[in-house]
Design a protein around this ligand. Structure first.
Ligand code: ASP
Length: 445
């Protein structure tokens, strides 16, 4: 069985919902994971924000606005009065439930329930529509099987067992629909898999049922070899290894959530990135296969801050790096890039919420300087050190751009450059021109 996930824009309007149903109604049995309609989750967070700020009037106004929007969708989506009626009754129940949160105390616990309503709405709307088309469908509530453990990690064993039981209770359905993003935590409370987490849901379900394939449907034709918003002449990548896809997702390729790849990777299930606007386009296949000696893509990660600590105490000393890293650990700040010399270390971070505390601590160890508004440019491919010439090719391409840090050798799949945000476009375009639009240069590996 395949698992297909459709993101917010793919179900963003009643017409898009109809297109999705046309696409999934091919006679093959499948589990379909849906996100909330685009914009809805943001609106739900906004409602939660009003409630945190103890403004029930503001929250109610926003709930009513959202309800009106969905009532209009009902008119546009269903052809028969019977289904319009059912959908309206469902929406009334849902929105009354949301309004009930404006009356009591509002904590993070209630927030989790509110922000997960977008997926409840989209999956029910689509399921009613599928039923109206006379197609055999079952809605599987994600809260019945998707669960995290005490470390907030997905509990794959539980998900596997539960799904098996649930599917056995309603076998032979043509289409199973379920919600992305939402789950329960180890204590059975409503929780979620973080923003953009529906990809993760699909990958976890795929791993749990041993799917033959996981398809992530968005509105572009696969992962591109560079960011089309900044660079001309980008093209979709046919295939990526799981490692390459993880690096690209982490370093800025928005099409895929960084956590999504892991469950599929461990279960060895190929992940396809496909385009709802052009369903016959081949898209990108992510699998265990590595293409030796090829550079696949470039991605950029914004809002990076570089910190340099220099100290003569580091010379020939041991334990200095541990002291530096412990400070970042204390302030729960993860480090992306690291470069070291005999007397100094530079690191890059993207979360600056504890920057002043971190700097105060680091100053006890040495002289500290900070560069803000930086950007990591990440070149991804089979960059094993035995492939002579690839890192020098990437570096040569950056010769017109001031580079603050370079990191190579941490994995076999990536070389990263830290540059000023102002130079991002120039760096990306230069890499595209030399690596992808001038094949003779790349062939030298
Ligand atoms: N609806 C959630 C979000 O907007 C999850 C998702 O779409 O993947 O973050």
């Amino acid at each position: 069985m395949k698992v297909l996930k459709f993101g917010g824009t793919s179900v963003g309007t009643p017409q898009r919902m109809k297109d999705v149903v046309k696409l999934i109604n091919d006679g093959e049995q499948k589990i379909v994971v849906l996100s909330a309609m685009s914009g809805t989750t943001n609106q739900l967070y906004e409602i939660a924000d009003y409630l945190h700020k103890k403004n029930p009037v503001g929250a109610n106004e926003n709930i009513n606005k959202l309800e009106e929007k969905y009532l209009q969708h009902v008119e546009d989506l269903y052809a028969t009065e019977e289904y319009k009626e059912q959908a309206r009754a469902f929406l009334k129940e849902e929105f009354d439930y949301m309004r009930s949160f404006t009356k009591g105390i509002f904590t993070l616990f209630e927030e989790k329930i509110i922000v997960g309503q977008g997926e409840i709405l989209s999956t029910n709307m689509v399921t009613f529509y599928i039923k109206e088309q006379g197609i055999d469908v079952e809605l599987l509530p994600a809260l019945d099987f998707m669960r995290t453990d005490k470390n907030s990690e997905p509990d794959l064993e539980y998900i596997r067992e539960k799904l098996k039981l649930i599917l056995a209770e309603c076998p032979d359905k043509a289409i199973y629909i379920t919600q992305g993003f939402i789950c329960r935590n180890a204590y059975g409370e409503v929780d979620n898999l973080q923003r953009g987490g529906s990809d993760y849901t699909a990958s976890l379900i795929g791993a749990a049922i041993g799917a033959s394939e996981i398809q992530i449907w968005t509105d572009i034709d696969g992962m591109h070899n560079n960011d089309p918003r900044f660079v001309d002449k980008t093209s979709p990548i046919d295939s990526l290894s799981f490692e390459e896809a993880s690096e690209l997702a982490y370093f800025g390729a928005k099409i895929l959530h960084p956590t999504c790849v892991q469950p599929a990777r461990f279960a060895g299930i190929p992940v396809k990135l496909l385009n709802t606007m052009d369903p016959s386009a081949p898209g990108t296949t992510i699998s265990n296969k590595t293409h030796r000696g090829t550079i696949k893509a470039v991605a950029a990660k914004d809002n990076i801050t570089a910190i340099n600590i220099t100290s003569s105490r580091m010379l020939l000393a041991y334990g200095f790096l541990r002291k530096v890293f412990e400070i970042f650990e204390t302030y729960k700040t993860s480090i992306d890039m690291v470069t070291t010399s005999e007397v100094g270390v530079s690191v890059s971070i993207d979360n600056t919420s504890n920057l002043s505390n971190i700097l105060n601590e680091l100053k006890k160890l040495g002289t500290v300087t900070v560069d803000v508004d930086m950007c990591i440019i990440c070149v991804v491919g089979d960059l094993d050190w035995h492939n002579i010439g690839f890192e020098s090719l990437a570096t040569e391409t950056m010769k017109e751009v001031p580079v603050r840090m370079i990191s190579y050798g941490g994995s076999n799949h990536n070389i990263s450059f830290l540059v000023s945000a102002a130079d991002k476009q120039k760096a990306l375009q230069s890499l595209s021109n030399h690596l992808f639009n001038n094949p003779t240069e790349v062939a030298k590996g």
